[in-house]
Unconditional design. Structure first.
Length: 274
């Protein structure tokens, strides 16, 4: 296998990690701040992948080196470095091998599987903080691009009576279903799809989308179509620099921006439909 070590600044660390998630790496090991280690099979280390890595320089500054290593169990390495995540006193996200620490309103247990969304990234925490302002009892929720299902599971634990989680990665879907089962949130319906045009989808009170700016813009009209009047759209996965653009696009539909939460370079926005 080929081990690749990336180096960036403290401020660029999370941006680079988010960008690397879109490339075909098996998992990530975060060492000291600004250092990210990952790996690919020898046959995947090709010109096309190197060009995709180089293209990231337009977004964030970094350096990297690649070294051939004996094959490693990257998932085992990643699991070993998995840390419990605490979002204020509202929610804790932990692995089965963590002992509960402190008092939290909601506890979510996930089986860590590489990079399917664990709450470590600012955008997941921002979404959870945005959800902490809501009363979801008896409401319907759709989580688009759910990953490991953290937000959908949290919505169910908060009392939502109809939760749909949509994911387009078949491997992530396996992990999603495991996590739904592990948390006893059987009301979460898991759908494998890459869009919001599934015939069986019904309108919802709250739509969650922690993805990327371009994917949000691509599916925005379908998102808005699926939200009830006076319902909520909560989005993240966007940088502060894109905030004005996102507000402009969503408010064109007549929606109103009711909340913005920031953490480092990332932002979560909550909109209420007209």
């Amino acid at each position: 296998m080929v081990e690749i070590t990336f180096h960036t600044s403290d401020s660029g660390h999370d941006i680079l990690l988010a960008l690397l998630h879109s490339l075909p790496f098996e998992a990530f090991e975060e060492k000291e701040s600004g250092t990210i280690v990952t790996g690919v099979r020898d046959d995947e280390w090709n010109t096309a992948l190197r060009e995709r890595i180089e293209s990231l320089h337009t977004v964030v500054h970094f350096t990297y080196e690649a070294v051939s290593r004996p094959d490693q169990n990257w998932n085992a390495i990643w699991e070993a470095s998995f840390r419990e995540i605490q979002v204020d006193d509202f929610c804790v996200i932990r692995a089965p091998f963590h002992f509960p620490a402190g008092s939290f309103r909601y506890s979510i247990e996930i089986e860590p599987k590489m990079a399917f969304g664990t709450g470590h990234h600012e955008t997941t925490r921002l979404m959870i903080r945005s959800m902490s302002h809501l009363d979801l009892k008896g409401r319907s929720v759709l989580d688009f691009g759910t990953g490991s299902g953290i937000l959908a599971i949290l919505a169910a634990k908060m009392g939502a009576n109809n939760v749909v989680a949509i994911e387009n990665d078949p491997v992530a879907m396996i992990n999603l279903r495991e996590n739904v089962e592990r948390n006893g949130t059987h009301e979460v319906e898991c759908l494998l799809d890459d869009n919001l045009r599934y015939d069986g989808l019904k309108s919802v009170d709250v739509l969650l989308a922690n993805i990327t700016r371009n994917v949000i813009l691509e599916h925005l009209s379908d998102m808005i179509r699926l939200i009830h009047s006076k319902g909520l759209l909560i989005i993240s996965g966007i940088l502060e620099s894109d905030t004005a653009l996102m507000i402009q696009h969503v408010e064109k539909s007549g929606a109103q921006t009711i909340r913005q939460i920031n953490e480092n370079e990332w932002v979560s926005l909550t909109f209420q439909m007209k």
